[in-house]
Ligand binder design. Sequence first.
Ligand code: SF4
Ligand code: SF4
Length: 427
Amino acid sequence: MTTSFPVLEESDVRSSLADDIAVCEQCRLCVDLCDVFPSVFDALARVPNADAHLLTPHQQNVVSDYCFHCGACTQRCPHRGPSSEHEIDLPTSFIHLMHVRRRNGYFSVRQRMTNWVLSTPDLIGPCVVRCSSLINWLMQKPNTLRRRCVTAMTGISPSARIPYVSGQRFSKWFRRQELPATSDRLQVGLFPTCTIEYFSDEAAQAIVSEITSRGSSCHLATTRCCGAEELRSGRIGAFRKRAGRLVELLEKESSTDPIMVMSPSCRAHLLTNLVPHCEAAQKTRAESVISRLRSPLEVLADLGNSNAGAVSSSDDIAHRQPLLFLPGPHDGHAEREGFEHRVGVGATVQTTDDAGLPLGAWALRHGNEESARRIVQRMAKRLPPTSACPHTVARSGCLSSQALSDETGLNIVDPVLVSQQSPGREQ
Ligand code: SF4
Ligand code: SF4
């Protein structure tokens, strides 16, 4: 049974956001992550006693619009995130603010259209795949007349790099593979989300082949969208319905098998938002789902452990040249272990934290180009100088990797594809 979402009053939401901001001790650990924190500090400097409760609605809206919901601040700030003493989460406060702004008529018709286009991939995705040639012709050349026409109609940035739409859905490709139906090893549930389902993704196909070649099996858990943009655009009620349905689809009573979410931004969103937006009666099951969510690299780490002693195909292609791995904010020891399993014995792996922040579809909105660029420039600054960068740079996330590649000139590959590159090949 679905209970209705409690009505949020704008004054309460704004006051709660001010409380969240007031917790900040200005240690500035987060200042180089995104535009949110520099703009908060700038706004606080303009009000008496840096009192967060004196920020105007406009200042709050500007700060909120800079958030790409990457989740990095909840990992880095000592006062934010689920394990902090305040249990506050600034991105969630921004979602509440988007919700009341949407409901109270703050958005223009075009902003509403952009929100609708980006938050309904389950509806638009199948049509886009059917017309993939036309869509790719329309979208693949930034800053052209046709892109500006698309911008006028949808609010999608004319300069944003859009991934190629696939002529075939991932689920269709998957069903055509002759794969073992079951295995006594891991049985991995695939949750491609719309990012993989409708866009070309060599890495997703490679990981399926890798899993099955190691004697485990895969099945499609669901092809639905994770709902990240729905929530980011403030459609909390719609996302709550989706969260309930996703739990039904992803949870099997007795299963402890992993559910692999291939996109890092979708996984970060689910880890943060699925449980809080489920009905009380579903929370235990939602927590069970969350405990089974894995990134592709975590699945590779699990496979490495379950195949202890076995030699994987990738071990044969050990890299002798150093590799640079850029983990995302939610990537931990398991991802690093999975990457090392992937590249094999003998590889030298350097890592650079906080250069793997996902951007998500928020970066595609017209008006967000400059803040997305600044996030990417900050990531680029954390990398070693280009002349000292290893040939192979690995990070997940197609949108942000493409943007980082454009910024630095480095050819960045998905970590699950790394061992398929020739070790000495120019990237
Ligand atoms: S890390 Fe937390 S406490 Fe430190 S400046 Fe950022 S928001 Fe404030
Ligand atoms: S979630 Fe990411 S973009 Fe949003 S405030 Fe935190 S670090 Fe910045």
